[in-house]
Design a protein around this ligand. Structure first.
Ligand code: SAH
Length: 415
């Protein structure tokens, strides 16, 4: 199968961008065709009638470039091709993909050696040059997520490789979490589909930098936990020393909360709209020898909570705000920026003088500079704060220089 790209799409592929959108295909859209089967001007056949199906290997070309690389075709999503190879590699088959995976796993072996951490991202899809395939490790369980539809037909062939490579590293069960299947908040989520080994437990404890964390595999968000905040949780732990009152907004399973408590904070208030998340957080507190009764877990809308806290005159000397993505698409951006502004204004009103504010955003459509603008003096209604640090995602969530979409996490520390 051959896919001929527009000049713009070809340039992006050359820079290493792993996606070809449907409008990046020259001649507009139907795209992949079996070589030689179609004459000029003839209509491209639709899937099923000889056109490419999801998972088919396609060769990319452009004007003046007979071979740009190889990718996998996706018949349904806005991203028509995810690019796997740019050089004339021998073939794009399961062996080639398995080699990439082994490389990703070997890097994690090195990165996490001796760190008392049993939960991390084993493969970050595009960022590890295995587009579409995300694998998170929760101790003895690996959770696979496929973005788009092109790798689903490959899963059976990849599974023996995965089972072998992961088994050698102590992973016993492999589960599959379909995209968008994760329950949000307290809604019942679909169970993890079971792919290999003993059925994964509904929940289990993992370790992160020596801290125990309960992960809800059955109903949790993402693949179970927000592994991308690992380093930032460690930062919060260090920031919490000597703080009297800490506020963790959108606390989910309480990762930042327990970090603050272990770091020496007097009282940590966790706010989330999902009561199930607090139950998880409290078990995590206990597992770490912290009495949850010494802290506060509030089931509430964060905006309502802030309004009431302000009215009560409550003040905090460390606040963490890590909301769900406000901008799931480029179109949602203006509204999302407004929501971040409203949130940050409300947060700043309950932040003590001399306090620290950690504000996070996980929307790739909001750039760091855009996000910082939602923390400016006018928004915060104060002029005593400075940016102490801007952090992002950890090494197990790698990206590519050309793949800006992968750099979604901002974690800004203001003091
Ligand atoms: N900070 C967390 C991840 C946050 S995910 C961590 O590091 O693990 C976002 C969380 O916000 C979810 O748990 C969701 O239940 C909660 N949430 C979404 N909208 C909310 C709202 N308006 N008020 C309070 N919590 C909300």
């Amino acid at each position: 199968m051959r896919v001929h790209l527009t000049a713009t799409a070809a340039a992006a592929v050359r820079r290493g961008h792993p996606w070809v959108y449907r409008d990046g295909i020259a001649g507009g859209g139907e795209g992949a065709e079996r070589r030689g089967e179609r004459r000029r001007g003839e209509r491209a056949p639709r899937a099923g009638g000889g056109a490419a199906a999801s998972g088919d290997v396609v060769e990319l070309s452009a004007e003046g470039a007979p071979f740009l690389g190889r990718g996998l075709w996706d018949a349904d999503s806005a991203i028509a091709v995810r690019v796997f190879q740019r050089a004339q590699a021998p073939a794009l088959d399961e062996r080639a993909i398995a080699e990439r995976l082994e490389r990703a796993f070997a890097l994690r072996d090195r990165w996490f050696e001796g760190r008392d951490t049993t939960a991390y991202r084993l493969c970050n899809g595009e960022g590890d040059r295995v587009p579409s395939l995300v694998i998170d490790r929760y101790d003895r369980v690996a959770v696979v997520r496929l973005d788009g539809g092109m790798l689903a037909p490959w899963l059976d062939r990849l599974l023996p490789h995965l089972a072998r490579a992961l088994g050698a590293r102590g992973v016993r069960s492999i589960g599959l979490r379909a995209r968008g299947e994760a329950a949000s908040g307290d809604a019942e989520g679909k169970k993890l589909a079971h792919l290999h080994g003993p059925p994964p437990p509904d929940r289990l404890f993992v370790r992160e930098n020596g801290v125990a964390m309960e992960v809800d595999l059955a109903r949790g968000q993402k693949t179970g936990a927000f592994l991308d905040q690992r380093d930032n949780r460690a930062r919060v732990r260090a920031l919490a020393a000597g703080r009297r009152r800490v506020l963790n907004l959108f606390s989910y399973a309480g990762g930042f909360s327990v970090a603050a408590a272990l770091g020496g904070a007097g009282r940590v208030t966790s706010v989330d709209s999902a009561p199930a998340a607090h139950a998880t957080a409290q078990r995590t507190f206990r597992e770490n020898g912290v009495d949850p009764a010494a802290h506060e877990f509030v089931t509430a809308d964060a905006f309502d909570f802030l309004e009431k806290a302000r009215a009560r005159g409550d003040r905090y000397d460390l606040i963490i705000s890590d909301p769900p993505s406000f901008a799931p698409s480029e179109r949602a951006k203006p509204r999302a920026l407004g929501a971040y502004r409203r949130l940050h204004t409300a947060v700043a009103r309950v932040l003590d003088r001399g306090g620290v504010l950690c504000a996070a955003s996980c929307s790739s459509h909001i750039t760091a500079e855009d996000f910082l603008a939602t923390l400016d003096d006018a928004t915060l209604e104060r002029d005593d704060l400075r940016i102490r640090a801007i952090h992002g995602q950890p090494e197990d969530h790698p990206t590519l220089p050309a793949w800006w979409e992968g750099r979604y996490l901002k974690f800004v520390v203001l003091e």
